[in-house]
Design a protein around this ligand. Structure first.
Ligand SMILES: [Zn+2]
Length: 133
């Protein structure tokens, strides 16, 4: 850039003129805000779940029934069994609801079983400690 005072040529980023010491005023070019390039919008379809497939959670329901907590697991199995029937009947929202219930009860069953097992081990441990004392 050139000094407006003496006309000496200075470096582009110089703050003061090397020749006369005049403050070099940068001519502000109006900032053009370049908009970010548009993100390609890809519509992800989450596999079969977005269409008609409804997970029935029958396997976790049965597993939790066997290994964790029988009553809650049975509730889960009942809901899981409803899912396929409702899908077959075309009741998609109903199937989804049963699916969610099956999952929820499977988790409740799992959690209860876990608490029982942990509680059992704590009791055993306590019994061992008390017995040893
Ligand atoms: Zn100058």
């Amino acid at each position: 850039m050139f000094c407006s005072n003496c006309g000496a040529r200075n470096e582009e980023n110089a703050a003061y003129c090397a020749n006369c010491g005049n403050e070099l005023r940068r001519i502000e070019t109006p900032r053009v805000d370049v908009p970010p390039p548009p993100q390609p919008r890809v519509q992800f379809s989450y596999g079969p779940q977005s269409s008609q497939y409804v997970p029935n959670y029958l396997v976790p329901a049965i597993l939790t029934t066997l290994f964790c907590c029988l009553p809650f697991g049975i509730v889960s199995i009942v809901y899981a069994a409803q899912v396929n029937g409702k899908v077959a009947a075309g009741d998609h929202p109903g199937a989804l609801q049963s699916s969610r219930s099956a999952r929820m009860w499977a988790w409740i069953s799992f959690g209860t079983g876990l608490v029982l097992i942990v509680g059992y081990f704590v009791l055993v441990l306590l019994g061992g400690l008390l017995g040893a004392a």
